[in-house]
Design a protein around this ligand. Structure first.
Ligand SMILES: [Zn+2]
Ligand SMILES: [Zn+2]
Length: 103
């Protein structure tokens, strides 16, 4: 591999900016506690979205429990799945249901 002179100049530019990045690294180490706090916020947000996902799409009260076959979607609670003949998500005919348990 032959290194073109444009590459060398590019490397020099990166080394000079490297001193600048060291300053930003120090700033990042100072804000580690802030990063941890934001990570907790993200987790809290995820739990909120998971609760929304696991809520029955029909009654919006109970946790989803019955998985529909053949589409394989988990969108309704056991009470609502008894009343459903078609999947509320994709509208496919429900041939069988599988009751799932969250431990
Ligand atoms: Zn329901
Ligand atoms: Zn479906």
């Amino acid at each position: 591999m032959t290194i073109a002179p444009t590459w060398i100049s590019h490397c020099e530019a990166s080394t000079t900016s490297g001193t600048g990045s060291r300053e930003t690294e120090n700033q990042m180490s100072d804000s580690t506690t802030e990063q941890q706090q934001s990570a907790v916020k993200i987790l809290e947000r995820e739990q909120f979205y998971l609760k929304q996902i696991f809520n029955c799409r029909v009654c919006c009260k109970n946790t989803v429990k019955d998985l529909f076959l053949p589409c394989g979607e988990l969108v309704a609670c056991s009470d609502c799945s008894k009343l459903l003949t078609h999947c509320p998500s994709c509208n496919k005919k429900i041939l069988a249901t599988v009751t799932t348990y969250f431990s």
